[in-house]
Write a protein that binds this ligand. Sequence first.
Ligand code: EPU
Length: 449
Amino acid sequence: MKRTGQLDTLIIEHSGPLKGTVQISGAKNAALPILAACLLTDDESVLEGVPHVTDVATMCSILQILGMDAAWGDDSTLNVKAQHHHGWTAPYELVSMMRASICVLGPLLARFGRARVSMPGGCVIGPRPIDLHLKGLEALGAKITIDHGDIVAQADRLIGTTIHLSGPFGSSVLATANMLMAASLAEGATIIDHAACEPEVVDLANFLIAMGANITGQGSSTIRVEGVVRLHGVRYRIIPDRIEAGTILIATAMLGGDVWVHGGVAEHLTALLDKLTDANVVIERLIGIIHVQSDRKLKAIEVTTQAFPGFPTDLQAQMMAMMTVSHGVGVVTEKIYPERFMHVPELRRMGAQITQEGANAIIKGVERLGGAPVMASDLRASAALVLAGLVADNQTQLGGVEHLDRGYEHLERKLSALGAKIHREQATANGERTVVPVGVVAATSGSHG
Ligand code: EPU
């Protein structure tokens, strides 16, 4: 399968202040488990606010293999329903593209009593074990073996119990999602202890409740699920993407300007908003809108990533990009993925002064970064390089844009509508490059939508 964005380059020029309004898309990390949860019923569900990103396309491909039909309706609406056959095998080709594929395990097991899901492998942001997923499903009564690199799970019936989801780095977002989905159709009550509190987990719980599940405590570290016999289809709107909103807020802080972020939910971004305020950025928290103003005179800050409501690891790279041009010495401590620093060497190539020791990075702000050809290694690293390119002198060419397209819906178009100088170029068959016109939906893989 061709990954969209694979041959694309983002051409980024030094940009002045951002100005205007921007509409945030639906949250990728809420959409993915919610799409998996559609396996829990044969009925049709209509999901609104689904972002056009390649991870969603990959999840749709997995659902199709598992016997579901996922078809785009108007704009960002996705209609998902069962076809006449069911499957229970998620193959390596798709699971290896996206670790979030693991969240079909819980619903398959709950619905069909069996699942075969390729074991997700290593990952560029560091080790990402799945022990908590397996431990939780075993506690519910599943028998799990590993066969030829696949997780094979079986259970005549799942029975509610107490599940502890705490690992060495805290709880797990997708393990909590898997438990919520499995427990919704289990017999009796399940208590999920040390549950993840992220807004995306709450959104999944709310989706399941709309489908007929009996769940309480979502958003706290103890969730109770009383199993029900059947779930039904539903129409549901996915929450806005707090990481996209955060990325645009940081961009405005760095470039200066005055931007109204529509769909920005301040309660989902408290840790970021507090840090931006510490850095001299003016933030106004309105209902469903965050208003940001910056004069670019940024103060260095210290940031430690933590589970929600702490500072999100998915905004760490972007925040580090901001610190490279702040006044003074900033510190980033990564407590969720201690190896998530792939952006550091690329930022250094642009003139950033960063010293990394284990899970800590010390960033000495510089007056100016210099544009350079740089390569994205993962989703959030690519966003950080976009931001760095926009404040750097001269031109930056960002390759590896397929990483950006996994999770951002047209980030370059949203930034360019706010005044940033950024556009996408695509290599043609004869090796020349052409500018991708703004009207082309580059991040949507039509065959998988
Ligand atoms: N962990 C374990 N055992 C497990 C599962 C996780 O030790 O069985 C550890 C991880 O290695 C990590 C920590 O627990 O150190 C937290 O990982 P978590 O399981 O919460 O991550 P995830 O659920 O796989 C989701 C997001 C990530 C985001 C993390 C943390 C989705 C699809 N992915 O991953 O998003 O970084 O939560 O908030 O929801 C991204 O969007 O760029 C991204 C990587």
